[in-house]
Every structure is written in C-alpha cells, then in structure tokens.
Design a protein around this ligand. Structure first.
Ligand SMILES: Cc1cc2nc3c(=O)[nH]c(=O)nc-3n(C[C@H](O)[C@H](O)[C@H](O)COP(=O)(O)O)c2cc1C
Length: 331
C-alpha cells in the first residue's frame, strides 16, 4: 500500500506529489495551476540570498506568494552563512511560505562557482552549519534539496542527508543525478533508496518521473515518502492530477484534450500577466505556450508564431485560430 499524504514538520501535505522548484518557471502563475491540478505542494523557483539581502527588487518580488498556493516551499540559494541567515529572516518575516528550502543541488556554473547550489553539498559539515543556522532563524520547517553527489567519484548524498537531518532539516529531496551529469543519463533511484534507509525524516525522490507509472515505481523501488516532478510538468500541470489520482486509487485519468490544453494555457498567460504585466507576461508565456502545444499536430509552426507574438491578444488569436484549424473543423 502506498502512503499518499505527507507530513513535513508541522506542515501537512494532502498528497505526496510535489512540483519541483524550477527557475524561470515556478512563479505564482504556474504554482497556482499545479496546485489546482492536484499537487500536494508546490516549490518556488530559487531566490538568491544575496539579492534578498541587498533589497534587489526582482528578488523581493520572487517572495510573493498568492493565497491559493499553499502549501508552498520557498527555496534559497546562496553560500555564506551570514547572507543565508539574513535572507531567511526576511523570508520568515515577509512571506507566508510554509517551508524554507535550501538549494544544494544546482549544477549551473554561475551558481556553484561561488560556492552555492551543488557546491554546498560537497562539504556536508558546512552544509549542516548552514541548515542549523537557518533552522535557528525561522519558525517553519527547513528542508534541503541536493543531488546524488558531485560526480561519480564523489557520491555523498547519504552523508549530506545525515548531516542536514542532524542539523534540524525536516525533509530532504534527492535528485538521483550528480552535479556533473546535470540532466544527462538517467536518474539513479538507488541512491534515493540508500538515503531513505539512512534517515528518519521524509525523503522526497526526484528525477525522471514522467507519469503515474514512474511515480509508483519510484515510491516502490526506493521506499521514499513523496515524488517531485520537474520537467514533465512543463506545459503539463495535469500530471499532478493524473499521478496523485493513480497513487490513491490505482486508476488512470484521461489526459487533457487540445481544447483543455489551450484553455489552461490561456489562463496561465492571464495569471502571468496579472503578476508581471503584459510585456513580460507575453514574453515569458512564449516558452510555456510552446510546451502546452507540444505533441499536437502543427505544433512546430505554432511555436514559431507564438515566439513572435507581442501582445496577449495576438497569443490568444493564434491559439484560438489553431484550435479552429486543427480541432474544431475536424470535429
Ligand atoms: C528549467 C529548470 C529550472 C530548474 N531550477 C531549479 C531551481 O531553481 N532549484 C532547484 O533546486 N532545482 C531546479 N531544477 C531542477 C529540478 O528541480 C529537478 O531536480 C530536475 O529537473 C530533475 O527532476 P525531473 O526529472 O522531474 O525534471 C530546475 C530544472 C529545470 C529543468
């Protein structure tokens, strides 16, 4: 039997299917959609502690959480203890995030070259100091997300998990790839099992979950407590409904038809525009719209047109015309 709810510190998740943090994607608009579609928790894109500490307007805006998103995990990325603590203080004071997560897995050069992201997990003792300091600063559960290790010669996820648990982390999310792998190869779920066997806090498994079957396989093969879904949710927030329903009932829900995809895509754009204004909202929407139509007939041409669209009316016109051309007439 699969346990489908999840407790992280004092935060209760109605189901254990979680939207992964994704920079440039997991802003309030997408988080709301994922939540509505059944995610048990949504993670915000990482926010740089330096930006928060320096009152950078963009970083502070990223702390904004809408009432319908809860539970939300807000992720900090940084390296020095002082900025981490000061940023956590601000987040604790200025937002109603339910959980504060610390990024110890980002493999991007710009992030790790100054000791942030995946570089933090190279030194479990220092990682633990960071966690202890943040735990002592905020009044909500602190969690940590990290990878299998730095590279194949430095696989230390179990050590990191034990160190951050000892320091007070209330859950860990483990992506089964090394930092050097970035996104290549397949995620190694056996490391998630090894972490689960080693710690007593909840373990959230991550990497290559693309639908209900993989989600169930990850839970069964590793014994982990929850699954975190990233890339497979791009343009596909329905995945949360499909996976959580399947885990609970063993039954499959049908995927969205083209009409539903376009309807939700347009809603996504409206939410983005509400948050960021039309100019930015439409530009950010181009990549999302491309993902929403992926796999549909004529998607490549449509993507090109969407990439040139400048206004919300243009995007709406293109998508509605597309439905008319490919789906309504045929039906
Ligand atoms: C576009 C993109 C942005 C990401 N940004 C973050 C981030 O801000 N913080 C983080 O911890 N992981 C980030 N990740 C990693 C994901 O959270 C996740 O660990 C990874 O995609 C593996 O899961 P998946 O196979 O379900 O995609 C990002 C991944 C992608 C594709």
């Amino acid at each position: 039997m699969i346990q489908t709810d999840l407790q992280i510190g004092d935060v209760h998740l109605e189901n254990n299917v979680i939207l992964a943090p994704m920079a440039g994607v997991c802003n309030p608009a997408f988080r709301i959609l994922a939540k509505e579609m059944g995610a048990g928790m949504v993670c915000a894109e990482m926010v740089a502690t330096k930006g928060i500490v320096n009152d950078n307007a963009k970083s502070l805006r990223m702390l904004h959480i809408l009432p319908d998103e809860h539970p939300v995990s807000l992720q900090l990325v940084g390296s020095d203890l002082d900025s981490m603590v000061r940023a956590a203080e601000t987040v604790g004071r200025a937002t109603n995030a339910d959980i504060i997560d610390i990024n110890m897995g980002c493999p991007v050069l710009k992030i790790y070259k100054n000791g942030s992201g995946a570089a933090l997990a190279r030194d479990p003792e220092y990682a633990a100091r960071i966690v202890r300091a943040v735990v002592n600063t905020v009044d909500r559960p602190v969690t940590v997300k990290f990878r299998k290790g730095w590279d194949d010669d430095h696989v230390n996820a179990v050590e990191v998990a034990l160190a951050v648990q000892e320091a007070g982390a209330k859950a860990v999310a483990v992506h089964g790839r090394t930092a050097k792998q970035r996104y290549s190869g397949r995620a190694d779920w056996s490391i998630i099992r090894r972490v689960k066997e080693a710690v007593r806090i909840p373990v959230i498994g991550n990497g290559d979950v693309t639908g209900p079957d993989e989600a169930l396989a990850l839970l069964e093969q590793t014994g982990c407590d929850g699954v975190m879904i990233g890339r497979a949710a791009l343009g596909n927030p329905w995945i949360f409904r499909e996976v959580s329903h399947y885990l609970k009932t063993g039954r499959r829900l049908p995927g969205p038809d083209a009409e539903e995809r376009i309807r939700v895509c347009l809603r996504h754009m409206e939410l983005l525009i509400e948050e960021k204004g039309e100019w930015i909202g439409v530009r950010e929407m181009r990549k999302h719209a491309g993902w929403y139509v992926k796999g549909l007939p004529g998607a490549a041409v449509m993507r090109e047109r969407l990439n040139a669209a400048e206004t919300k009316d243009e995007v709406r016109g293109l998508l509605e015309g597309y439905l008319e051309q490919w789906f309504r007439r045929a039906g």
